[in-house]
Design a protein around this ligand. Structure first.
Ligand code: NDP
Ligand code: GDR
Length: 337
């Protein structure tokens, strides 16, 4: 019998890659999908299996991270070996507009899920999607030993989730770990995160559908990796004998401006002709520089990133150009101005 996993946030960037990875390893995968008025399963449609199919290895359940009773009921029904908590209001800028909602869904829900696993008595291993944003104002390089200094409601919520995970490990002997992941991107990245916003704009400018790209702070430094490689690290963390927390990063730094330049140049465009500043995209308190030290993940998990930032930018530009061409071959492309 293969293992069973439950993924919260299965419809998101990471959830979709993790579901693919676990299915390829013979897992039965259960995912939580929240009800929405329009379809929100686009990233997992290609692996979706309808309820009428005789044998299913991917099963979706309507639930919400704010509903602790639903989580306990689902855990009792599914009895997973592994639980991956990837669900969150994950946008840092938006967390300043919706701070309490973010605190609830991104922070308190981590505790809700840990308590649901404990209360249901199923003995599942738990992965908590912690974030480099927790380091915030603490200067790089950042490792597992670096103190936190969160700079947004999102980051404060992630710090809460981090410590709840450590606490359940210490208090109840649960196998619960934090993956402290630095920024990771892909063609499935949400369209309002800066990398995807840029690569999507490159495709649209190239196709003559857009002539301006409005951005905020171009000086921010990030350590950008490739999402499909990062979900492999999540899985490896739950296969160890001892539960421990790990930083997952490339160790390579780039500014938003450098990402812009690589992405536009790849499409033979000069970014400075199209990019304009809009203070709307600034944060009330910014995180200036995040650069991870992934030595522990390399030494104990045998995990090493292959795709670095320049290749990542090119992968994303190529994918957005292809996706737009497919859309144009269909119908109904919106003009962004
Ligand atoms: P996404 O924003 O792409 O996905 C978030 C997921 O959470 C979606 O499936 C979303 O559902 C779901 N979700 C949101 N609110 C709720 C809710 N109330 N109940 C149930 N599900 C909910 O994030 P990523 O895939 O990029 O990231 C995965 C996790 O890792 C997140 O927790 C994020 O904070 C964290 N993280 C991400 C990093 C990155 O660089 N990508 C780095 C470090 C940490 P829907 O599709 O309906 O919106
Ligand atoms: P981040 O990612 O805040 O690091 O959080 P994002 O791509 O939103 O911002 C990265 C940097 O780019 C600057 N920036 C802009 N950002 C956005 N979104 N839009 C803009 O127009 C823009 N212009 C400049 C930002 O100020 C910032 O410095 C991501 C999320 O996935 C989190 O969930 C995750 O925890 C962290 O990465 C690690």
């Amino acid at each position: 019998m293969g293992k069973t996993a439950l993924i919260t946030g299965v419809t998101g960037q990471d959830g979709s890659y993790l579901a693919e990875l676990l299915l390829s390893k013979g897992y039965t995968v259960h995912g939580i999908v929240r009800r929405s008025s329009s379809f929100n399963t686009e990233r997992i449609d290609h692996i979706y299996q309808g309820p009428q199919e005789a044998y299913r290895s991917l099963l979706l359940h309507h639930a919400d991270l704010s509903d602790g009773v639903a989580l306990v009921n689902l855990l009792r029904e599914v009895r997973p070996d592994e639980v991956y908590n990837l669900g969150a209001q994950s946008h840092v800028r938006v967390s300043f507009d919706a701070p309490l909602y973010t605190g609830d869904v991104t922070g308190l829900s981590a505790l809700r899920l840990l308590e649901a696993v404990r209360a249901s008595g199923i003995g599942a291993r738990v992965y908590q999607a912690s974030s480099s944003e927790m380091f915030g104002a603490t200067p790089p390089p950042q490792s597992e030993r670096t103190p936190f200094h969160p700079r947004s409601p999102y980051a404060c919520a992630k710090v809460f989730g981090y410590w709840a995970t450590v606490n359940y490990r210490e208090a109840y002997g649960m196998y619960a770990v934090n993956g402290i992941l630095f920024n990771h991107e892909s063609p499935r990245r949400g369209e309002t995160f800066v990398t995807r916003k840029i690569t999507r704009a490159v495709a649209r400018i190239k196709a003559g559908l857009q002539d301006r790209l409005y951005l905020g702070n171009l000086d921010a430094v990030r350590d950008w990796g490739y999402a499909p490689e990062y979900v492999e690290a999540m899985w490896r963390m739950l296969q160890r004998e001892e539960p421990e927390d790990y930083v997952v990063a490339t160790g390579q730094a780039a500014t938003v401006r450098q990402f812009l330049e690589t992405a536009f140049t790849h499409a033979d465009l000069d970014w400075s002709q199209y990019v304009r500043y809009d203070p709307k995209y600034e944060r009330p308190s910014e995180v200036d520089a995040l650069i991870g030290d992934p030595a522990k993940a390399r030494d104990l998990l045998g995990w090493e990133p292959q795709v670095k930032v320049a290749e990542l930018a090119r992968i994303m530009v190529d994918a957005d150009i292809r996706q737009l061409a497919d859309q144009l071959a269909g119908a109904g492309v919106r003009i962004d101005r």
